[in-house]
Write a protein that binds this ligand. Structure first.
Ligand code: CTP
Length: 411
């Protein structure tokens, strides 16, 4: 093995016997193409869906199910010990039950017992099986022990039926794994486990008539990065998303909204049992006073009617003033073009939140880009500068400041 081989993060892709096994091929491809050394460990049932030849050809490594092959290499211990990440996708109800009870009757379940790295499960099954108290208790046990279990998506299942239990988009599972790996040794900490966090993201749209709206340039990337990083740190995440073209992150409950008033309603509802609320959405401060039900037409020779605007609720100020539960932490964002810090400090006091992420915006700054630079102001007077870097790094710094403040209250 040359040096570069050794540097590649080692991922074990466990595949259990569900129809979604075929979608795990795409996850495998994304992992290998992004430079991970992947060892696929299928269960015997998984091979009914996708054969050994596919797993070994796509991964470039042998794909074995039993502990009795290559025994001299002691695979049942070595594979788990050497891994930087184990991801079981799809994880069936049976596999979750075995993992929760520490059973070890094949190579995958042995690997799960020997892994010291972060372990991610991506369950996929019929709604009834997912909702069964046995499965729910097994999931709770695994989470309590530090595993990251991605809630299945809602949608079309194997047959004609629809419900919760669908395997999330492999690209979204890949993103989830990438974020967990990016945390390195800190991935095991999961300092948001047992917490419910609400994140708002993207821009609102305020309709004028059926074809026109007042909008803004928010891409939603910062809020989505906050939601994704919180999930990788073990939180239950509700993402209230305004207009954005981004795909839903895996394991995150996404509520899509259009207007500021819809955002207001959805955030307040989700915040009722939240430990933290982060308002990263670009909320329109004003909306047209009148919504015209038919398209507004131009009339030759006449000036257009002026548009009258009215104020929208200030969600951040409202949730800061009326905390839904004691100790709830509220984080705001401030986009400023001038006097950035002075305006930020005044805004922190005015809004009454605990933390305010202040960034400078302009034609080329913040909006739509993958990077961001900010100063995080805290109500206790501290200031945390965050140098220019990926929006995920800023998101992690926000959670680094939130987590210890939450630790003072029990999950
Ligand atoms: N925000 C909100 N509700 C609004 C407007 C803004 O909850 N109606 C939140 C945003 O999500 C963000 C913070 O308030 O977290 C700051 O938004 P910003 O537009 O920078 O501040 P404004 O209060 O609108 O102040 P101004 O436009 O005067 O700078």
């Amino acid at each position: 093995m040359d040096e570069r081989e050794q540097e590649r993060p080692r991922v074990v892709l466990g595949v259990s016997g569900g129809i979604a096994a075929y979608k795990a091929c795409e996850l495998l491809r994304r992992l290998t193409e992004s430079g991970h050394d992947v060892r696929v460990v299928p269960t015997a049932s998984a091979l009914h869906f996708v054969g050994e030849a596919t797993w070994s050809a796509l991964s470039g490594n042998p794909a074995t199910t039993e502990v009795w092959e290559s025994v001299h290499e002691v695979p049942h211990v070595r594979i788990g010990q050497a891994a930087d990440l184990v991801v079981v996708a799809p994880a069936t109800a049976d596999l979750l039950a075995k993992a929760a009870h520490g059973l070890a009757d094949d190579l995958l379940t042995n690997t799960l017992l020997t892994a010291r790295c972060p372990v991610v499960f991506a369950p996929a099954m019929h709604t009834e099986m997912w909702e069964n108290p046995a499965t729910q208790e097994n999931v709770a046990t695994l989470r309590r022990r530090g595993a990251l279990v991605i809630d299945p998506a809602v949608g079309r299942l194997t047959g004609v039926d629809t419900g919760k239990g669908r395997f999330p988009d492999p690209a979204a599972i890949f993103e989830f794994c990438r974020r967990v790996l990016a945390r390195g040794p800190r991935a095991a900490e999961q300092d948001l486990a047992g917490r419910h966090v609400v994140v708002s993201a993207g821009g609102t749209r305020e309709p004028l008539d059926p074809v026109r709206y007042l909008g803004n340039r928010s891409s939603g990337k910062q809020g989505y990065a906050l939601a994704g990083t919180a999930a990788a740190r073990g939180a239950r995440v509700t993402l209230v998303a305004g207009n954005t073209e981004l795909p839903d992150p895996a394991g995150v409950d996404v509520i899509h909204i259009g207007t500021a008033r819809q955002l207001h309603e959805a955030v307040l509802k989700a915040a009722a049992d939240a430990d933290a609320v982060v308002m990263a959405a670009a909320v329109a401060d004003f909306r047209p006073a009148v919504y015209t039900t038919g398209k507004i037409k131009k009339v030759d020779g006449q000036d257009p009617e002026p548009v009258t605007l009215v104020r929208n609720p200030d969600i951040l100020a409202e949730i800061s003033a009326e905390r839904a539960r004691p100790g709830q932490l509220v984080v705001g964002f401030a986009a400023e073009t001038d006097d950035v810090l002075a305006n930020g400090r005044a805004k922190l006091a005015r809004k009454g939140c605990d933390l305010l992420v202040v960034n400078e915006v302009g034609e080329t700054k913040a909006f739509g880009s993958d990077g961001n630079e900010a100063v995080i102001l805290a109500a206790d007077g501290t200031e945390t500068p965050v140098p220019y870097g990926p929006k995920e790094a800023l998101a992690d710094t926000v959670w680094d400041l939130v987590a210890p403040r939450l630790a003072e209250t029990r999950p």
